[in-house]
Ligand binder design. Structure first.
Ligand code: NAD
Length: 265
């Protein structure tokens, strides 16, 4: 059955961390949220995509889980097919899913396997998911199903900051930053705004392994705003974009990093 009276958002990698924060906020703001993740165990309501769905529903919102690997062309197509079949509209795509290298290795030694894995998940996946979604959004717009659909790319401060012990991550995020500009340029004539969000150091399961290191760096003054970022810091910017407040800033990158990117003297 199609239920297309409410705005619909698709958030990739929304089973935990930043994606979870974005999904909860969008649901609170009235979106029906498609919670995508590569891991989704329906019997586990304590963590992962089904916990997010349960939390949204407990707060009176609407959510659906769609398990898919963004690196797989078939699974991307199945996910967009689900959205089309179920809602016949998509108002917001948030390309959030992303991974860090399994092991940090010096750029003089790191191998091609980790490079290929990160390119597939962090760059090729969102690039072609966006291509697929953008074509649908244009069609839905022409049919009057959506007014101003929008697209977000979650990159990182690593899009411009060198970390030679995870070069493949930096390169994948720098590439994704350009993808945001390309789609913003191409889609502006259709009135489909696109923004890039660059999180700084955000407390999530991804950064749990390096928590002590960053605790120290933050205490030593790495960030002008002396605290870790939280998923809701990112979600607030997306909420503003989803409302239409940033539409004329299409193609811009917004850093959510407590001032990390400031040059200081
Ligand atoms: P996380 O590891 O806590 O969560 C990422 C989620 O994405 C997980 O639920 C994971 O299962 C899912 N995922 C992984 N591969 C996937 C795939 N192929 N298809 C679908 N889902 C997949 O990470 P996070 O810290 O919440 O990061 C979210 C995004 O923000 C990532 O793109 C990350 O690179 C970026 N980011 C994070 C930080 C940070 O400090 N945490 C900083 C800058 C950018």
């Amino acid at each position: 059955m199609r239920t297309n009276d409410k705005r619909v958002a698709l958030v990739t990698g929304a089973g935990q961390g930043i994606g979870r924060g974005i999904a909860l906020r969008l649901a609170q703001d009235g979106f029906t949220v498609v919670v995508n993740d590569v891991v989704a165990d329906a019997s586990d309501l304590e963590r992962g995509a089904y916990e997010v769905k349960a939390s949204i529903e407990a707060a009176g919102g609407a959510a659906h889980v769609f398990r898919a690997d963004v690196a797989s062309a078939e699974e991307r197509a199945a996910m967009v097919g689900f959205v089309a079949e179920r809602f016949d509209r998509l108002d917001l795509l948030v390309n959030n899913a992303g991974v860090a290298p399994k092991e940090r290795k010096d750029i003089l030694e790191a191998g091609e396997e980790s490079f290929d894995r990160l390119m597939a998940i962090n760059l090729r996946g969102p690039y072609f998911l966006t291509q697929l979604v953008a074509n649908r959004m244009i069609a839905w717009q022409e049919q009057g199903m959506v007014e101003t659909p929008r697209i977000v790319f979650i990159t990182s401060i690593s899009a411009y900051t060198s970390s030679p012990s995870r070069g493949e991550y930096c390169v994948s995020k720098a590439g994704l930053s350009m993808a945001a500009k390309l789609f913003a340029d191409r889609l502006a004539e259709y009135d489909i705004p696109v923004i890039e969000i660059r999180p700084g150091i955000i407390q999530t399961p991804m950064t749990a392994a390096v928590k002590e290191k960053y605790d120290e760096l933050i205490a030593e003054g790495l960030l002008p705003t002396k605290r870790w970022g939280r998923p809701d810091d990112v979600a607030k910017v997306i909420a503003a974009f989803a409302r239409g407040d940033l539409d004329y800033s299409t193609g811009q990158a917004i850093e959510v990093g407590g001032g990390f990117g400031l040059r200081r003297l």
